[in-house]
Design a protein around this ligand. Structure first.
Ligand code: NAD
Ligand code: WQD
Length: 343
């Protein structure tokens, strides 16, 4: 009997590649579609070195519905989809809103349209804690209000959630699980796959590890005058492998059970808020490597503090993010050392 096959869009990307490995290790067959706009083909080698299995791969764009129909006809039967494919740079989305609305929404619409044609049962969607804006209280659970988006990127996540909800309420014979990620960090402990930012990193951990590796002279902490214990912003940093595991559980739940609601939403975080300063300290403690940093002005649009109440995911999915943050920092560092060009 052949294994259940899952389509992973954006599967050579950061979170996608880690999820492909976890799916394979759970016994699923995987087909990836990725246009390589923010990843490279070498990621497939890394995946294969970990799992021993090379996933099927199609270089293509989910915004092209003919490509998708072709994929479902020739690579099927596909039972479930995990939709990672999207553009994700918040600042760039402010400059290029049309690109972001098109890339993040058209592909999703295509997938939702095609799913019933090919008897695909469910779709897991990569949403974000950005939908909560600045929370009124922390930790934040799934019932908290959605705040007006502060960037086109954030808006695409809100609109995507609404599109999926509307399609299901209209009677489409599909299920969906919306996963609201907090701040994914780290890399696979094997250092075969990890985050590969193109150009100057916008996010804290890749900037930090590149600074520790000497690629950048100094990490700038964006503000130390926030209303937090050490004045720096607080986030819920979640290990990328913990995050990846949640997708396997969500997929199994959608495909194997007929007693669950067609649309479910889960926060994926640790439940622990760490400040930017605490994260730097964790990195230094875990690796023994000093990070040169300076304090700079606040970054426009930053949330002061946000961390998850992951109780629903813990109880309903039976999932918990339990990787120790120092271990996550060691993994991030091991990955950085692997990808740092020799001088
Ligand atoms: P990533 O850029 O590493 O991965 C996305 C992948 O999708 C890339 O490989 C890219 O080449 C591909 N892609 C983009 N548009 C495509 C298209 N039209 N057709 C086919 N492939 C396409 O990003 P990531 O960090 O792995 O994020 C994955 C998902 O999770 C995204 O939807 C992102 O918005 C969401 N998310 C990420 C974070 C985060 O901090 N990394 C947080 C919350 C949500
Ligand atoms: C974390 C903290 C910065 C870089 C973004 C998106 C969000 C979600 C996750 C997708 C902040 C500080 C950062 C630096 C710093 N993505 N920082 N110096 O802003 O929480 O969230 O990624 O959905 O939508 O907005 O993550 O890693 O950029 O920043 O001091 O060089 O680190 O100010 O407090 P953020 P981040």
């Amino acid at each position: 009997m052949s294994n259940t096959k899952i389509l992973v869009t954006g599967g050579t990307g950061y979170i996608g590649s880690h999820t492909v490995v976890e799916l394979q290790q759970a016994g699923y067959d995987v087909v990836i579609i990725d246009n390589l706009s923010n990843s490279n083909i070498g990621v497939l080698d890394g995946i294969q070195r970990i799992s021993g299995i090379r996933p099927e791969f199609l270089q293509g764009d989910i915004n092209d519905i003919r490509t998708l129909r072709d994929l479902f006809s020739t690579h099927g039967p596909i039972k479930g989809i995990i939709n990672f494919a999207a553009s994700k740079a918040v600042g760039e989305s402010v400059q290029k809103p049309i690109l972001y609305y098109r890339n993040n929404l058209v592909g999703l619409l295509n997938l939702l349209e095609v799913m019933p044609e090919y008897d695909v049962k469910g779709i897991v969607f990569s949403s974000s804690c950005t939908v909560y804006g600045e929370p009124d209280k922390n930790p934040i659970d799934e019932s908290a209000p959605i705040k007006p988006a502060t960037s086109p990127y954030g808006n695409t996540k809100q609109i995507s959630e609404e599109i999926i909800s509307d399609v299901i309420h209209a009677g489409s014979p599909i299920k969906s699980i919306l996963l609201r990620y907090f701040n994914p960090v780290g890399a696979h402990p094997s250092a075969e796959i990890g985050e590969l930012p193109i150009g100057v990193p916008q996010n804290l951990i890749p900037y930090l590890t590149q600074t520790a590796a000497g690629i950048r002279p100094l990490l700038t902490i964006f503000g130390n005058d926030y209303d937090t214990p050490d004045g720096t912003c607080i986030r819920d940093f979640i290990d990328v492998v913990d995050l990846a595991r949640a997708h396997v559980i969500a997929m199994r739940r959608m495909l194997d059970r007929n007693d669950t609601a067609p649309l479910e939403i889960f926060n994926l975080g640790t439940g622990r808020g760490l400040s930017v300063m605490q994260l730097i300290q964790s990195f230094e403690r875990a690796t023994g490597v000093k990070v040169p940093y300076t304090i700079g002005p606040r970054r426009k649009g930053d949330i002061e503090k946000i961390w998850a109440d992951p109780t629903k995911a813990n109880e309903v999915l039976g999932w918990k993010a339990d990787t120790d943050i120092d271990q996550t920092m060691r993994n991030a560092w091991k990955w950085q050392l692997k990808v740092t060009p020799a001088k």
